[in-house]
Design a protein around this ligand. Structure first.
Ligand SMILES: NC(=O)c1ccc[n+]([C@@H]2O[C@H](COP(=O)([O-])OP(=O)(O)OC[C@H]3O[C@@H](n4cnc5c(N)ncnc54)[C@H](OP(=O)(O)O)[C@@H]3O)[C@@H](O)[C@H]2O)c1
Length: 224
């Protein structure tokens, strides 16, 4: 599978690129192709320096990345998601689009421990509302970029996944479980994303209060 990560030059997208490159071709997307290429070279250097194998990693601008990817992950600041998607509707038609965004109030200059919800209720539903012809899956909101970028070590976090297209949701669930240490949990329909997204400001608050590198979540009581 070819996995495109729009905004993959940033912390979260770059961490996901490092993790997914083990089994998949990864395309790092950026507003600027050169910046994406720099990030893809850096990813290859990091993985090589740790003796980890990877498939192909390349850098493209967001539009080309959207065309190339079978799965397209939106790793963009909340307030810039829709403006980025404006020119990409055609490229993303029929594809699985993964919403990882959290509606942090930093988008309006407020605290990262608060949210400003979009009218649709969650970032994922906002994206699905905008991309009517794509299959939006919500995931990866509760895992910290610092855990992801620490390749070589397992990620200590459950990944909560939700979405309305069952097949797409199962694909992303399996993809998440390829990350060492991760258990992915099907949480149901996309409308559940609002609760998943709003766990993250709580985790950010805990990171501040207890001086943690990057807290995560585990759900107990589930039988394998
Ligand atoms: N960081 C975390 O630990 C974490 C955890 C859970 C979820 N998330 C979610 O993951 C997403 C990405 O987070 P992040 O921390 O990686 O964000 P980030 O580093 O602030 O931004 C990601 C990328 O977005 C692009 N970007 C910045 N301003 C833009 C604009 N005006 N228009 C279009 N693109 C723009 C930049 O790429 P180019 O300059 O290359 O275009 C940047 O590298 C967010 O939705 C966040 O809520 C993050």
């Amino acid at each position: 599978m070819k996995i495109a990560i729009l905004g993959g030059t940033g912390d979260q997208g770059f961490g996901l690129a490092l993790r997914f490159a083990k089994n998949h071709d990864v395309i790092i997307g950026s507003r600027k192709k050169e910046k994406a290429e720099e990030a893809s070279n850096k990813a290859k250097e990091i993985l090589s320096s740790k003796g980890l194998t990877y498939k192909n990693i390349i850098g493209l601008d967001n539009k080309e990345a959207s065309k190339e990817g079978d799965i397209v992950i939106l790793s963009l600041p909340y307030q810039h998601i829709l403006s980025t998607l404006k020119d990409l509707k055609e490229e993303l038609k029929g594809k699985i689009v993964v919403s990882i965004g959290v509606p942090l109030a930093t988008a309006i200059g407020d605290k990262a421990t608060r949210v400003v919800l979009p009218p649709q209720g969650s970032v994922a539903e906002m994206v699905q509302d905008y991309l009517k012809d794509s299959k939006v899956v919500s995931a990866f909101q509760n895992v910290c970029c610092k855990e992801l970028e620490d390749v070589g070590n397992p990620v200590d976090c459950d990944i909560l996944v939700c979405g309305d297209d069952v097949e797409s949701k199962n694909i992303i669930k399996s993809l998440a479980e390829e990350i060492d240490g991760v258990r992915a949990i099907d949480c149901g329909k996309l409308e559940l994303s609002k609760y998943i997204e709003q766990i993250t400001p709580l985790l950010i608050g805990l990171n501040i209060k207890y001086k943690l590198k990057g807290s995560g979540i585990r759900i107990t009581g589930l039988k394998e």
